[in-house]
Write a protein that binds this ligand. Structure first.
Ligand code: MN
Length: 231
């Protein structure tokens, strides 16, 4: 093929214990999927799950033991962290039943759904798309992917985020409103999932702003931690 310009490089995430890399296809995110976070955003009750996407090249892969760097984004004065468990899809499919979901998951990683909260808030109020608040450059840092078999009891894992050594978010994956199987069932009814898809499963309570110079350390028990500095 003779392209009019050099095609962009494939975005890929390191895999723990492997020289192979996980090539990213799409990035799906679940909104308001922990009850205490839904409350802090002004919502209560169990609403049907809803989704938004980030472009694959918004992903900032960070190798094990490394520190990733993200640029403080333009236009915002309220740049928020959202620590999330990320499921990496290895086997695609449509209309996947919750009970079969694990067969489609390659592994898990720690991710950050970075958010321009002020811009998202304006778009929400006006009933407009969230993209400017959610889907910007560097908005999806992610640590290395741990294959499913080595990830332990991920559905009961502690999840947390520290900023400059101080606790900001602390919960447990068991607190998800819609669990991994249910997320994949709903998502695959709306889109055909494909190998390489990443699913950011939602953030617990404690979201707050970061500024240039802050160091974020995200953890999910059983997975490699994720360290990111805001430049
Ligand atoms: Mn989120």
């Amino acid at each position: 093929m003779n392209y009019v310009f050099t095609p962009p490089a494939v975005v890929s995430v390191p895999v723990v214990g492997s020289s192979q890399s996980f090539a990213v296809h799409r990035v799906y995110c679940v909104g308001r999927n922990y009850a205490e976070h839904a409350k802090e955003m002004g919502f209560t009750g169990r609403e049907p799950p809803f989704f938004f996407l980030k472009p694959a090249d918004a992903v900032v892969p960070v190798a094990a033991g490394a520190t990733g760097h993200i640029t403080y984004p333009s236009l915002t004065k309220n740049f928020h962290h959202e620590i999330e468990l990320v499921a990496a899809i290895g086997v695609g499919g449509s209309n996947i039943q919750a009970a079969d979901a694990m067969k489609h998951i390659y592994g898990f990683a720690v991710g950050l759904d970075m958010t321009r909260r002020d811009l998202q808030g304006v778009m929400k109020k006006e009933g407009r798309p969230w993209d400017i608040g959610k889907s910007f450059d560097h908005s999806a840092p992610i640590g290395p992917i741990t294959p499913l078999a080595q990830a332990g009891a991920i559905e009961q894992a502690a999840i947390g985020l520290q900023v400059n050594g101080q606790d900001r978010q602390r919960s447990n994956v068991s607190q998800l409103i819609w669990n991994l199987g249910e997320i994949i069932e709903h998502l695959s009814a709306a889109w055909a999932l494909a190998p390489g898809d990443l699913i950011y499963t939602g953030t617990p309570e404690g979201v707050a702003a970061v500024v240039s110079g802050d160091t974020l350390v995200g953890t999910v028990d059983g997975l490699q931690s994720l360290t990111v500095v805001v430049d």
